[in-house]
Design a protein around this ligand. Sequence first.
Ligand SMILES: Cc1cc2nc3c(=O)[nH]c(=O)nc-3n(C[C@H](O)[C@H](O)[C@H](O)COP(=O)(O)OP(=O)(O)OC[C@H]3O[C@@H](n4cnc5c(N)ncnc54)[C@H](O)[C@@H]3O)c2cc1C
Length: 388
Amino acid sequence: MAWKNADVVVIGGGIIGTAIAYFLSRQKIDVILLEKSGIASGSSGACDGAVVMQTKKPGVHLKLALESHALLSRMQDQLPIPIEYEKNGGLIVMETDDEKTAMKQFVEAQCQAGLDVELLDHKQLRALAPHLSDHLIGATYSPRDSKINPIALTLGFAMGAKQMGTEILTGTAVLDFEVEERQISAVVTTAGKIGTCTVVNATGVYASEIGRMLGIEIPIKPRRGQLLVTEARPGLLKPWLGSANYIAAKFNPQLAREGAGGVSIDQTQNGNLLIGATREFVGYDKRTTVEGLTQIASRAVRILPDLKHTHLIRAFAGLRPYTPDGLPILGKVGKIKGLIMAAGHEGDGIALSAITGKLISELVLEGKTDVALDSFNLKRFSTDTTQH
Ligand SMILES: Cc1cc2nc3c(=O)[nH]c(=O)nc-3n(C[C@H](O)[C@H](O)[C@H](O)COP(=O)(O)OP(=O)(O)OC[C@H]3O[C@@H](n4cnc5c(N)ncnc54)[C@H](O)[C@@H]3O)c2cc1C
């Protein structure tokens, strides 16, 4: 006998699961959200909050990010707590002529895809961010790039969903499923059995564990990012900043492995600087390392020399849910009726949270979505046609 019943069970209390619960509950759907630990206890509580459009590949990736940004910019007024949304623009700084050539091409493609982004020379860059190093030859700049407090946003989605009727069960892990003739009929949890025909797998780096319970292969693996936090130094850097080789390392795992990865610097509303982040495949290990932290600290000081005189207050690491093509896995899974995937957002889960919530809620409600999800379906990784 089922302990509880729900129209939809969302597994995962990170930014993706809570955003989905929020958008579903806005449509008066009866939702239970299951989280094995606490809300924002996974990747969404150990990351940065950049909502940056410039780091997205032109095409479906950028299209999704732009739609998500439009939704996020309105969330400040819709969620029950402040989420520290700020639209201060974003810079990708360049140190060499080779980087300038590569970024010029990237920017041209992004402009054609509808992003407002331009190339700045050294003088224009210094006018926008006077504390940056003299050796930088320029930057790309988009006024649309923004930032947000990722923990506040996750809690905001969760609280908003709860106010509209979602039942949130923390400390409740999913152990298994009951499936009848390929259709999910119940979720087995540490607290009891929940009857449902629709389950959303929003478990980030653990999505493949849920897949194994259902006999499905999901190619998501953890990619560690180490981050440094400094004391508050208000006014040091207004826009979000990434280095050109940060973009290269994001899309080329080989570069990240060779230590050629770049750096990102983000000043929070109360002045602390978040300096990130490594990109490493070390399983589920969330420890920081001296090498990793030294690497990002020295890169950051080269770009923003004032950091030399700024105290570090802590360091932490989180796990990005990595997929082989850098795109999330979204949509129905042919092999199991009633299973919907919403995981694998890598380093973009905060930026893509709102659009993921909206699209998955449309899929549950109407069976189709505003934006076609074909490029994001799990079947792109599978030759097994039963999974299609
Ligand atoms: C260093 C770093 C910096 C980043 N910076 C940015 C950034 O600036 N901008 C951006 O957009 N993104 C950024 N990201 C990426 C972002 O953090 C992730 O894409 C996002 O948090 C993924 O959210 P999620 O909800 O899918 O996963 P999670 O937040 O990990 O949530 C999944 C949840 O599922 C729960 N769970 C797992 N298994 C079970 C089970 N069996 N039963 C019940 N619950 C279960 C887990 O406990 C977890 O809480 C960064 C990531 C890192 C590591």
